[in-house]
Design a protein around this ligand. Sequence first.
Ligand code: HEC
Length: 104
Amino acid sequence: MSLSVKMGFLGILCITFFSVSSCAAQSGDAEAGKKWYAMNNCGSCHGPNGNDGRAVNIAGLDMGFGSFVRKLRKTNAPIMPGFPESAISKQDAADIYAYLKSLK
Ligand code: HEC
């Protein structure tokens, strides 16, 4: 099997896992998440620390990773933009999630 075929197979495996949900408990990197949080301007609404903005407090985030990603992709807030996969990848989302979880 060529390398690219193997990689493709692994990719499909992982996507399958993701939709089943538990690969989703993948580890995020809070340090990186802090960067993505700043880069995507989450802080402009939620505050630099997640709890000091004009939008809801998301420090410590009381929701599972799956719900978090759904909120991110398609928010029910008229003013919060949706962040598609092309803007925030699943891994970046996991990082942001880890970052928010690390906040109080
Ligand atoms: C333009 C302002 C704005 C930006 C930018 C923004 N948000 Fe939000 N966000 C909101 C508002 C307002 C809500 C409350 C929506 C609601 O639940 O009714 C919200 C809700 C949320 C929620 C759900 C909170 C809950 O308890 O239900 C999460 C999680 C979240 N935002 C994360 C993020 C992240 C991560 C980013 C950056 C990638 C971001 N937001 C960028 C305004 C914003």
